[in-house]
Design a protein around this ligand. Structure first.
Ligand code: F6R
Length: 602
């Protein structure tokens, strides 16, 4: 997710910007840039990759005296992560940085192009700076030009503009993307969240949607649709880690809550009204392909296993899933008619990387689904789809899993379109369900509170069975993994129909069964499996839109019209359950014992 910083004052500006951007690194980015105006001179630097690259590029530059400065880390959405697409974007004499998406950018771009304006990047952001300079030809003041520009924008934006037309000023506007203003005497700061300004500013104002204005030496003017507004400053927190958590107790909790938003990013530009489109590769990647093999570990293996149902059902393509550490030594039979897909959050998992290298040696084409651009697995693959979950700090994966499952679902539909295995009306149903997913991922206070209350009953006993069928079986595996990772309690995931072939022998009142009972998929079959367990006195926690009288505890989910929408809603329930049980047990859920975020050893 992009990050914004800004500063106006006498201090050395380059370090303020670079330090501020460093604090926003946790959001994830693939390029960075800064622009500074000092003594009427405009300076700017941009680099792709890590901030260290930008530090190296700006090594011999320092800025002294009064000036204005803006900096940005970019997480690519419109256009690839290149230096040209990195912010700040230049007009003729102004620079812009922006977080969010300008939904009507194409319309504005067409108008400006017709007037002879040249665009150099593929971003939506560039329209803001050209629009401003275009308005500035006729406006009485640069602020009037900026106001007219902001009025044209539709979508989400937190944006800062600096211009030689008003060299002591930073113009700002905010709608649906976070931004704050920090104050320290006459020094003014801007940032996407608290952490870049902690230790620098002592008071802060969190901008509201629709607010815009300008900051000039020591003076900040704020406006909204009703005219000028008073700025009600508040004291700033002093703990950086706390600030990065945005008020949540744990990064894992924050990441569970973020899932709804990041899912929209995952779909952006890929889920279209007419079907699925991936910019990242050419459809010839699938020429001559008759089967898919997916290799992954842990949570990523679970998203792959869920996808195997979708590839066969939607794309009508044979799909095998392998645990990477098993695959490596089984002397697998591989043919070049198989597309080899790896799924990895970090892109550095040793077993998955080695499996990929083996498949490449055997002549297979490869595609990776990954959250980290330029990671080893991405670099090693013929093509990659980034999941766009943003950096995940909690060791127990949540939003990375959710976005992997979404990308794989999209890919199954893409292949179905390509192979004509899915009729048009079915494509529409799938697209509609995808677009409903962000809503299904919203964590309602009522739900979280209920899970918090229920969790106290599940701190003892001799173990948990998470059970489900079809795509809810991999979700059961994932629910169990989440719980054992952070609570250290024993938990297993099982296909519900398999219980009677052995595991049901364990059933008693001290065995907790978490039953995933979606209404849109095999509900009656699942119900019979749970009845069998209930008859043997197992304690049942049912998660379902349908009340279930045999359940000891019940968490009601919403009725949906697609299994994947139910999948995502139930996923949130299992994540929160693991979190709340573990918090009650006094565990550090962000750093569970014995686990690492990136497993680069065999
Ligand atoms: C569990 C978890 C792990 C990883 C596994 C593979 O919460 O995160 O099971 O999924 O170590 O890692 P990646 O996805 O980075 O290849």
């Amino acid at each position: 997710m992009c990050g914004i910083v800004g500063y106006i004052g006498h201090k050395e500006k380059k370090e303020i910007l670079l330090d501020g951007l460093q604090e926003l690194e946790y959001r994830g980015y693939d390029s960075a840039g800064i622009a500074i105006i000092e003594d009427g001179t405009l300076k700017h630097f941009k680099e792709i990759g890590k901030l260290e690259n930008l530090r190296q590029k700006t090594k011999s530059y320092t800025s002294n005296g009064f000036g204005v400065a803006i900096g940005h880390t970019r997480w690519a959405t419109h256009g690839k992560p290149t230096e040209l697409n990195a912010h700040p974007h230049l007009g003729e004499y102004s620079f812009i940085i922006h977080n969010g998406i300008i939904e009507n950018y194409q319309e504005i771009k067409n108008e400006l192009t017709a007037e002879g304006v040249q665009f150099v990047s593929q971003t939506d952001t560039e329209v803001i700076v050209h629009s401003f300079e275009n308005e500035n030809h006729t406006a009485k003041t640069p602020f009037e030009a900026f106001t007219n520009t902001v009025k044209k924008l539709e979508g989400a934006y937190a944006t800062l503009l600096v211009t030689k037309a008003a060299p002591n000023t930073i113009f700002f506007a905010k709608s649906r993307s976070p931004m704050l203003i920090g104050f320290d005497g006459d020094d003014v700061y801007f940032a996407s969240s608290d952490s870049p300004v902690i230790g620098k500013a002592n008071e802060v104002y969190y901008l509201e949607d629709g607010e815009y204005g300008y900051a000039k030496s020591g003076e900040v003017k704020l406006f909204d649709a009703n005219g000028e507004r008073k700025i009600s400053k508040q004291a700033l927190a002093t703990d950086k880690v706390l600030a990065q958590k945005d008020g949540y107790r744990f990064f894992m909790e924050k990441e569970i809550y973020e899932q709804s938003r990041v899912m929209s990013e995952t779909m952006m530009g890929r889920v279209l009204d007419s079907g699925i489109d991936f910019d990242e590769f050419d459809k010839s990647l699938f020429d001559g392909i008759y089967a898919i093999k997916i290799c992954a570990c842990g949570t990523s293996y679970h998203s792959a296993l869920a996808a195997s149902y979708l590839f066969e059902r939607i794309a009508k393509m044979r799909c095998d899933i392998e645990i990477a550490s098993e695959f490596r030594y089984k002397e697998p039979f591989l043919t070049d008619k198989t597309l080899f897909i790896t799924v990895s959050q970090s892109g550095e998992t040793a077993d998955t990387l080695e499996a990929l290298k083996m498949a490449k040696r055997a002549g297979l084409k490869s595609l990776s689904i990954c959250n980290v651009d330029n990671s080893s697995i991405v670099r090693e693959s013929d093509a990659a789809i980034l999941t766009r979950a943003g950096i995940e700090k909690g060791v127990a994966s949540t939003k990375a899993f959710a976005t992997q499952a979404m990308v794989l679902w999209m890919l199954s539909l893409y292949i179905g379109q390509l192979r004509n295995t899915i009729p048009k009306d079915k494509i529409e149903i799938e697209i509609d369900a995808m677009l409903h997913t962000p809503k299904a991922l919203v964590v309602e206070d009522k739900l979280h509170e209920r899970i918090h209350r229920l969790s106290k009953r599940y701190l003892h006993g001799h173990g948990f069975f998470f059970i489900g069928r079809d795509i809810f079986y991999p979700l059961a595996l994932e629910g169990a993994l989440k719980l054992k990772e952070i609570s250290y309690l024993h938990a297993e995931g099982y296909p519900a129909g398999e219980m009677k072939h052995g595991p049901i022998a364990l059933a008693d009142s001290e065995l907790f069964t978490i039953a995933l009972m979606p209404k849109t998929l095999l509900y009656d079959k699942m119900k019979s499996n749970v009845e069998e367990l209930s008859a043997r006195d197992a304690t049942i926690l049912a998660i379902s839109p349908e009340t279930f009288e045999l359940a000891d505890d019940f968490i009601q989910t919403k009725h949906a019209n697609h299994p994947m929408v139910e999948f995502f809603e139930m996923m949130v329930v299992t994540q929160l359950l693991a979190l709340e049980i573990s918090v009650r047990l006094g565990n550090d859920v962000d750093m569970p014992r014995n686990l690492a975020k990136s497993v680069t050893v065999e």
